[in-house]
Ligand binder design. Sequence first.
Ligand code: 5GP
Ligand code: ZN
Length: 142
Amino acid sequence: MQARENCIFCRIVAGTARSHPVWDDGETLAFMDLNPLAEGHVLVIPKPHWENLFETPAPALGAVMDTAKRMAHAIRATIAPPGLGVYQVNGRAAGQTVFHYHVHLIPRHDGISLELHGRRRADRADLERVAVRLRAALVPPG
Ligand code: 5GP
Ligand code: ZN
């Protein structure tokens, strides 16, 4: 994938924008988030430019997750937070602001839930109806 001149993460990969790298290999880069939510907030990216989860090939996602795990161990060995969040969003509606695929590792101390689930249990018939539609739409991850 071609580096994008107007993509801040591509410029970090190219070395034309300043960053504070922690890990750099052939496929991935881990560096400090410039606006950390907590001390030790790290981002992991594939070096090539892919916008989001949909565009990023599965092997590159695997390489990013390998690096994320490496970073998780380093964060635990240094910052030692009681919790660690691993977050990734796709699209403006989900809060994405930099359109080069990335995973956040965020030390968590606060015990606050990020509303990853609702407050009411769903109707099982409704769950099954959606599961049926999803099963019918499955394709190889690629
Ligand atoms: P998103 O909301 O897209 O998941 O997160 C983008 C992240 O990139 C934000 O946490 C933001 O602080 C970080 N960020 C934006 N610009 C820069 C930059 O120039 N350098 C670094 N290191 N992080 C950045
Ligand atoms: Zn990019």
